[in-house]
Design a protein around this ligand. Sequence first.
Ligand SMILES: Cc1ncc(COP(=O)(O)O)c(C=O)c1O
Length: 302
Amino acid sequence: MTQQYPTVEQTIGNTPLVRLQRIPGSDDRGNVILAKLEGNNPAGSVKDRPALSMIRHAEARGDIRPGDTLIEATSGNTGIALAMTAAMRGYRMILIMPDNLSLERRAAMTAYGAELILTPASQGGMEYARDLAMKMQAEGKGRVLDQFANPDNPLAHVEGTGPEIWSQTGGQVTHFVSAMGTTGTIMGVSQYLKSQNSDVRVVGAQPAEGAQIPGIRKWPEAYLPSIFDAQRIDQVESIGQQEAEDMVRRLAAEEGIFAGVSSGGALVAALRVAQQVRNATIVFIVCDRGDRYLSTGVFNPR
Ligand SMILES: Cc1ncc(COP(=O)(O)O)c(C=O)c1O
């Protein structure tokens, strides 16, 4: 029999779930805190899953086919993940973003062959970039995937992340904690876990007033992503920038888990939950790896 080898696409998902051992509060009161290491995905973040899901499902419906041009306004992990997925599946990828974003992110996207359109940050940042994406689609220049409104974003987590957490905990998970950006991760995982056990509590982490944590937002009511459904979340924790940054440094130095700042925020929320419960199995999402934030100085020696 010939040996079967996976493609890089088949290495998306099935990420490790690991137990914290040293951060105080992580194993008190009979609780166990588990980190789902999404930075282990091939393009380095949880966004590999929705990127593949949005392209794969659109292709299956016949909405797009290889060779087509895809467009997305995105500044972060989704852009890098879409650039990789477009490369794997043979699409032309145009990413639109404000011109004040870090060079290392831009370089990761162009390395995968994506074309970048930089919009003047002074003229309205991401909102301006999103308007331009819609204008280009209206002019027939390509198809916008729109992760904030695309049901195939949370579907990636109904089909992948949720079932993985359920089976990796042997159905023992009691709490799920995730930082919220598009809210795709928390919506999809919540849907799946609550379908298995309606008692699972779902906790969202959002930046406190004034905190700037890359990848996550506290949305004003009018700007909530259309994939968001408040019913799927039991509790929301506001996280300060300083405590998220302190925690992500501890995650690296005390647990050997090198992650992005939003993951520190999710762990702050998980530890707050742990103070209130006993004998719980608390899973939180590590969205991406710390390497992506080196130029921000958050890991500089202090
Ligand atoms: C670093 C980081 N953390 C958290 C999130 C939140 O994930 P979601 O968009 O699924 O809510 C994102 C999303 O882009 C992210 O880039």
